[in-house]
Design a protein around this ligand. Sequence first.
Ligand code: CIR
Length: 256
Amino acid sequence: MFKNVIVKTPCKNVCEGITGAPELGKPIYEKALLQHSAYIEALKGCGVKVTLLEADDEYPDSCFVEDVAVVTENCAVITNPGAASRNGETKGIIPVISNFYESGVIEYIKAPATLEGGDVMMAGDTFYVGKSARTNEEGIGQFTDILSKYGYKVIPVPLERVLHLKTGVNYIENNTLLVCGEFIDKKVFSDYKKIIIPESESYAANCIWVNSKVLVPAGYPITAKLIEQAGYEVVLVDTSEFRKIDGGLSCLSLRF
Ligand code: CIR
C-alpha cells in the first residue's frame, strides 16, 4: 500500500517540454493545470497523502517528478537524469525527499552514470531497470549496488524502441503486468500474468496501481476494459496534454 505521493505543478514552460511526437502539438498550459488537478484528486481518492510541489519555470519537464528520484520502502535514490535539459531538476527534489527519509538512506546516482526513474519498475522486492537513451550501463550498475544494500534485486532490461521502460511495461500488483510492443515477449517477464495492450492504445500501457485501484489514461477503452476484466477498479484520468510531451500517468508522481 502507498501512503504518500509527491507531485509537482506543471510550469508555464510545460509547452517546451521534450517531445518525440511534435505532430501532437504543444501542451496547452491551462488545460495541463486542470488535468494535473484532476490527477491529484484521483490520487487522493486512492487514500494517499499528496504533497504538491510548486512549479519551476526553469525546467519545462519538471512536473514529471518520477524521473528525478526512485522511492522505496527502505531508501530513496536521487537520480542523475540523462536528458541534459532535465539534469538540474534533481536539486528541487532533494529537500522534499529529506522530509520523508533519513539522510543515511538517501542515495545518489553520480556522473558519468545516468538514470531516470521512468526506467525503473518496482515489482515487489525486484526492480527492473531499462537501459535506454536516458539510463546508461553505469547508472544501472550504481543503482544495483545501492539497492542490494537494502535487500532488493535489480534486473536490467535493454530497451529497443521506447523512451523509458515504463513507457511500455507496468506492474499492477498481483503478479500482473501491462505490456505492449517490445515487452510482450521479453523472456525476463515470462513468469508474470500479462495484460497485452494493443498497439493502437500503446500510450495506455503506462497506468499506475495505487492501493488496489488502477489509474488509466482517459480515451483508451480497450485497455480500460481489459484491466477491469482482470478484476481491478479503474479510475480514468485525462492526460492528453502530458502525452504531447511523452509524459504519462506514472511520470507525474512519486508513490511510496
Ligand atoms: C522527457 O522527455 O523527459 C519528458 N518530456 C517526458 C518524461 C516522461 N517521464 C517518464 O516516462 N517517467
